[in-house]
Design a protein around this ligand. Structure first.
Ligand code: NAI
Length: 259
C-alpha cells in the first residue's frame, strides 16, 4: 500500500480522489484550507511552506505520489488569488516534496490542469511567462490590461503555465531521472462546487452552456477521480509528461489538427 499527498482534498475532485485511494487501502495525507489533516492556505508562501513541511513530517520522508487538486476558479474574481493557488500552490509544494518522491519506487504525480489551457483564446503570453519565471507581480500586471475578463485569463494562464511546468520538468533528471512520473489531467466542466460557483453567475452560466462539448453535459468528480487513480496505478509506469484531456471532446473540437 502507498502513501499519497492530496491537495484540495476537502471538496470536488480532490475529495473524490482521496476517498477512492483510502477505500483501496492507501494512506492519504489530505491538504486543504479547511477540514483536512494538513490545514494550510496555499495562496500564501507561508501557508505553502507549512503544508510542505507538515506533509514531509507525516510521510516520514517517502511519498509514493501526489495529487495536486487544490484550485480556485474564475468566479473567485481575484487574479492574485487564482495565480497563487493554481500555480504556486502546485509548484512550490512539488519542489519541496521532490526528494520524498524520489525516495519512493516509481512515484507518480498528477497535477490538475484544465481544458481552459487549450480552449480560451488570446491568453496574454506575458502572464504565462510571469508564472514560469516565478513572478506573481508580473502575472497580475500583465492581466490588468484585460479588464473585466482578468479572472478568466488568470485562470487560463495559470493552467497553461502549470501544464508547461509539468511537461518541462517531467523529462528532467530531477524528475524522470529520479523515477518520478509527472503528469497532468485537464478536465472540462465537471459539476463540483467550483463549477457551481460559476453557474451561479448568469453571465458565466450562459457562457458555460454555449461552450462546445461534443459529448454533451458535465463530467462528475468520481469519473475524473477514476482517471487519476488509474494514472497513479502501475498502468502509469510509462506515463511521463502527458496532459490527459477528459473533457467531453471540447479540446478536440477546438484543435483537432493541432499536432
Ligand atoms: P472544488 O472547489 O470542489 O475543490 C477545490 C479545493 O481546493 C477545495 O477543497 C478548496 O478548499 C481547495 N482550496 C481552494 N483554495 C485553497 C487554498 N488557498 N488553500 C488550500 N486549499 C484551497 O473544485 P474542483 O472542481 O474539484 O477543482 C479541482 C481542480 O480541478 C482545480 O485545480 C480546478 O481548477 C480544476 N478544474 C476544475 C474543473 C471543473 O469544472 N470543476 C474543470 C477543469 C479543471
Amino acid at each position: 500500500m502507498s502513501t499519497y499527498a492530496v491537495t484540495g482534498a476537502s471538496s470536488g475532485m480532490g475529495r473524490a480522489v482521496a476517498e477512492k485511494l483510502t477505500a483501496a487501502g492507501h494512506t492519504v495525507i489530505d491538504v486543504d484550507i479547511v477540514d483536512a489533516t494538513v490545514t494550510a492556505d496555499l495562496s500564501t508562501p507561508l501557508g505553502r511552506r507549512s503544508a510542505a513541511t507538515k506533509v514531509l513530517e507525516l510521510c516520514g520522508g517517502t511519498l509514493d505520489g501526489a495529487v495536486m487538486a487544490a484550485g480556485v476558479g474564475p468566479a473567485a474574481g481575484n487574479v492574485r488569488l487564482i495565480a497563487e493557488v493554481n500555480y504556486f500552490g502546485v509548484v512550490e509544494l512539488l519542489e519541496a516534496w521532490r526528494p520524498a518522491l524520489a525516495a519512493a519506487d516509481k512515484a507518480k504525480v498528477v497535477v490538475f490542469s484544465s481544458n481552459s489551457s487549450s480552449t480560451v483564446p488570446m491568453v496574454p503570453g506575458r502572464a504565462v511567462r510571469g508564472f514560469l519565471e516565478g513572478d506573481v507581480d508580473k502575472v497580475v500586471k500583465a492581466l490588468k490590461i484585460v479588464g473585466k475578463q482578468a479572472p478568466t485569463f488568470a485562470y487560463a494562464s495559470s493552467k497553461i503555465a502549470i501544464s508547461r511546468w509539468v511537461r518541462r520538468n517531467a523529462v528532467l533528471p530531477d524528475w524522470a531521472g529520479a523515477g518520478i512520473r509527472l503528469n497532468a489531467i485537464a478536465p472540462g466542466a465537471v459539476l463540483t462546487p467550483l463549477l457551481e460557483k460559476q453557474l451561479a453567475s448568469p453571465d458565466e452560466a450562459k457562457a458555460i452552456k454555449r461552450f462546445p462539448v461534443p459529448i454533451g453535459g458535465f463530467g462528475n468528480a468520481g469519473q475524473l477521480a477514476d482517471w487519476v487513480v488509474f494514472m497513479l496505478s502501475e498502468a502509469g509506469d510509462f506515463l511521463c509528461g502527458s496532459v490527459l484531456f477528459v473533457d467531453g471532446g471540447s479540446d478536440a473540437w477546438f484543435r483537432a489538427d493541432d499536432w
